[in-house]
Design a protein around this ligand. Structure first.
Ligand code: NAP
Ligand code: ZN
Length: 374
């Protein structure tokens, strides 16, 4: 029996619940449409958030279509959530009503394993995803931020500083921390370093902004020649290399052996050898994208130059708050195209084609309500 069918609904268990309205996909067509569901009522450690904006991550698209075979339908995506706190439990310390709060990719972890003890809840074996997971509080399935309200243990929410524009802050909850964490962990955060950023999408453009705020030299490595001007002029990158053009091969050659690190955010299968060749001795290639096929590792070029290939997935809650504060200090938000809820299926089609600069964000507060059943 599947986990989904073995979990009784909150109504069946007669648990106190709140009614929530959102958009869900029911099968791997990934098509989203209105959906009514429940969340637990606000517990002692919980906050309730009226969702204002929710970003659309490429992972939402992959999970909607069940590209990795782990999706359990119905699915309400959304793990780049920002909104206003409307309720706080009696034990809540970080938030008060009216604060702006953000929720990213996880809503729970065991709290006692070695990873949790080191503020690495993101690597806890019992980490609970914001959607397609099961809450440990009540065993019920989690649903994401393409919805009007969210209830979450305060530990898994961060304060969004007031000086950050909220629509552009939403993507920081996933794209932002996914970039910030490896930069800090792998020591790719020094002004004298040269960083490559592969794939100028939601994650990639935030990487350019963070790296420039840290004073680094940044080269964007892209398959889209039309992003050249913006990468340099708007985002402040120092160089732009195109991977897909024959006439760019010389530039790629010239950049060989010049980079201390590369953040690879590409969502589709692509060769790693040209990227490894761009690294200096001891350079680090950090894989952040999640293509459907594993890459081939060019092991000899890695050995010659003692180069490292690593990976990283989002970040812990303490670091997510640190990233938010860093973004607020440097006034960094994502470049967003704000869309109404009923545009979401078109947005998914455009995202699949790379047709967004650089993040779709759903205007939940103004376009999801009112709930047609209320
Ligand atoms: P996105 O906005 O769609 O950006 C991905 C970029 O990859 C595109 O803008 C494009 O950049 C490049 N790309 C796409 N298709 C390509 C192709 N066929 N060949 C070459 N390049 C291609 O996606 P995102 O939201 O930034 O997410 C990027 C990846 O990271 C996804 O796989 C997502 O699931 C994953 N992700 C991982 C984590 C984590 O914790 N590690 C967190 C969030 C997301 P150019 O046009 O510049 O080439
Ligand atoms: Zn994401």
């Amino acid at each position: 029996m599947s986990k989904a069918s073995s979990s009784a609904t909150a109504e069946e268990k007669e648990e106190p619940i709140i009614k929530v309205y959102g958009w869900a996909a029911r099968d791997s067509s990934g098509i989203l449409s209105p959906f009514h569901f429940s969340r637990r009522i606000n517990g002692d450690n919980d906050i309730t958030i009226k969702i204002i904006y929710c970003g659309i991550c490429h992972t939402d698209l992959a999970l909607l279509k069940d590209e990795s075979g782990i999706t359990n339908y119905p699915i309400v995506p959304g793990h780049e959530i920002v909104g206003e706190v409307t309720k706080v439990g009696s034990s809540v310390k970080k938030f008060k009503i009216g604060d702006k709060a953000g929720v990213g990719c996880m809503v729970g972890s065991c709290g006692s394993c070695n990873n949790c003890k080191q503020d690495l809840e993101n690597y806890c074996p019992k980490m609970i995803w914001t959607y397609i997971g099961y809450n440990h509080q009540d065993g019920l399935k989690t649903f994401g931020g393409y919805s009007d309200k969210f209830v979450v243990d305060e530990h898994f929410a961060v304060l969004v500083p007031n000086n950050l524009q909220l629509d552009g802050a939403a993507p920081l909850l996933c794209a932002g921390i996914t970039i910030y964490s490896p930069m800090m962990h792998f020591g790719l955060n020094n002004p004298d370093q040269h960083l490559g950023v592969v794939g100028l999408g939601g994650l990639g453009h935030v990487a350019v902004k963070f790296a420039k705020a840290l004073g680094m030299k940044v080269t964007v490595i892209s398959s889209s020649p039309n992003k050249h001007k913006e990468a340099l002029e708007r985002l402040g990158a120092d160089h732009f290399l195109v991977t897909s053009h024959e006439d760019q091969k010389q530039l790629l050659q010239a950049a060989m052996g010049t980079m201390d690190g590369i953040l690879d955010t590409v969502s589709a299968p692509h060769p790693l050898l040209p990227l490894v060749n761009l690294l200096k001795t001891d350079g680090k290639l950090i894989l952040l994208g999640a293509p459907s096929q594993p890459p081939e590792l060019p092991h000899i070029p890695l050995m010659i130059g003692r180069k490292i290939v690593g990976g990283s997935a989002i970040g812990g809650m303490k670091e997510t708050q640190e990233m938010m504060n860093f973004a607020a200090k440097h006034q960094i938000t994502a470049d967003v195209e704000v869309i109404p809820m009923d545009y979401v299926n078109t947005a998914m089609e455009r995202l699949a084609k790379g047709d967004v600069k650089y993040r779709f964000v759903i205007d939940v507060a103004n376009t999801l309500n009112p709930d047609p059943l209320s």
